[in-house]
Design a protein around this ligand. Structure first.
Ligand SMILES: [Zn+2]
Length: 85
């Protein structure tokens, strides 16, 4: 089963691009990012605590990585140790 996670913007009420919806990532309001979708059959909605698209994209890639390797619940410390390469 392929992961279904997507990056979204959580627009602030003042955001000029608010009406373009959460899937509009290039918003001018620098709203915070979140990951939304399904992982391991569960609904996922994770705030990324960042407004940086690059950083958010990297975080999403990590989550997809974890999903692919079936270790999404692995402790971050353990993960660092057993990280391939
Ligand atoms: Zn916005």
């Amino acid at each position: 089963m392929s992961p279904m996670l997507a990056l979204q913007r959580r627009h602030s009420p003042k955001c000029p691009d608010r009406k373009k919806g959460p899937n509009y990532l290039k918003c001018r309001g620098h709203c915070s990012m979140r990951i939304c979708g399904m992982q391991n059959g569960k609904r996922v909605r994770t705030s990324l605590k960042t407004r940086d698209l690059q950083r958010a994209a990297r975080r999403l890639a990590e989550m997809l990585d974890d999903e692919a390797l079936g270790r999404s619940k692995v402790d971050p410390f353990v993960k660092t140790i057993f990280r391939p390469q």
